[in-house]
Design a binder for this molecule. Structure first.
Ligand code: NAI
Ligand code: 15L
Length: 266
């Protein structure tokens, strides 16, 4: 893909959106930022289009004239099934429909490690590993991955599915030493997605080059993405933590606390 003229980022007011926003200006001439929340003042090369992803009639206008969509908007942790279905399932369906009708050909779908969170930490996962969601939230991400696959096979819309680990300024606990992804590595991955002559619909684990890692991205090496950061520089934050209990489900499973938690609405 030649340098896109206009890309849309949903979820622009969120944790990832705010971390990568400035870097996106290097990747496209115009950046359209959208959220229900306020992403902050508009900068050079940016436009802000507030939109609720559940407002189906507004979605074609939101995606219109965009060369690519970075879909980070939505419910980002476990919540009521009703809310997750409305935003992460119906919302993502209508966003893909809007993309199809408006001719947008390339999408990044922000999936999550919680789509595979009931695999144990000893299991090394690849792009071919079946989903094993650890929550209703994880199920909604598995739905988004399946929808992306359908829209590629049937309509030729390419999606980079990123099973993001933990994309925060720094790891918040010992588990995130394995799952952490820097904003810089996310931006480099988006650059690879926009540059790829043939993207297809690959699944990539969104994780930095950490010392401990449960995920193998070798099946998608053709993208040329090489994470450059590592959580190692944060190791001191957790060195006085008590040892992990190997019988704790939050330690056994990759999804951590999401796998351990009961039903959100009980
Ligand atoms: P976040 O919760 O900080 O940001 C999500 C944004 O979506 C928020 O600004 C929120 O206002 C917006 N949003 C929620 N409902 C909406 C609606 N109905 N219409 C329009 N916008 C709505 O989440 P974060 O951490 O920035 O994550 C971004 C995406 O990446 C999410 O889809 C999340 O599931 C996914 N992800 C994030 C990970 C992380 O470590 N930060 C890990 C795995 C996946
Ligand atoms: C996610 O999917 C969430 O969006 C994020 O808030 C973290 O909980 C992350 O996974 C994680 O597993 O660390």
């Amino acid at each position: 893909m030649t340098k896109p003229n206009r890309i849309l980022m949903t979820g622009a007011a969120g944790i990832i959106g705010q971390q990568i926003r400035d870097g996106l200006r290097e990747l496209a001439t115009h950046v359209r930022l959208s959220d229900v929340a306020d992403p902050g003042p508009v900068g050079p090369g940016e436009e802000i289009v507030p939109c609720d992803l559940t407002d189906t009639p507004a979605l074609p206008g939101l995606v219109r004239d965009c060369d690519a969509i970075l879909h980070f908007g939505g419910v980002s942790t476990e919540n009521t099934a009703e809310l997750i279905h409305r935003v992460n399932i119906d919302g993502v369906y209508h966003l893909y429909e809007a993309a199809r009708k408006e001719g947008v050909k390339r999408i990044l779908f922000a999936s999550s490690n919680h789509a595979i969170g009931f695999h144990t930490r000893e299991t090394r996962l690849t792009a071919s590993t079946p989903v094993r969601p650890d929550s209703n939230y994880g199920v909604s991400k598995a739905y988004g991955e399946a929808l992306a696959s359908l829209y590629w096979d049937k309509y030729g819309i390419e999606t980079l599915i990123v099973r993001i680990g933990s994309c925060f300024p720094e790891p918040k606990d010992r588990r995130m030493m394995a799952t952490w992804m820097s904003a810089g590595d996310m931006l480099r991955l988006i650059g690879c997605m926009l540059d790829a002559p043939r993207l297809g619909c690959p699944i990539v684990y969104g994780v930095s080059n950490n010392d401990e890692c449960w995920w193998d991205n070798s099946e998608t090496a053709y993208l040329g993405w090489k994470p450059q950061d590592s959580s190692a520089r944060f190791a001191h934050l957790f060195e006085n933590d008590p040892p992990e209990d190997p019988k704790d489900p939050a330690v056994i499973y990759q999804g951590g606390g999401f796998a351990k938690a009961g039903h959100f609405e009980d």
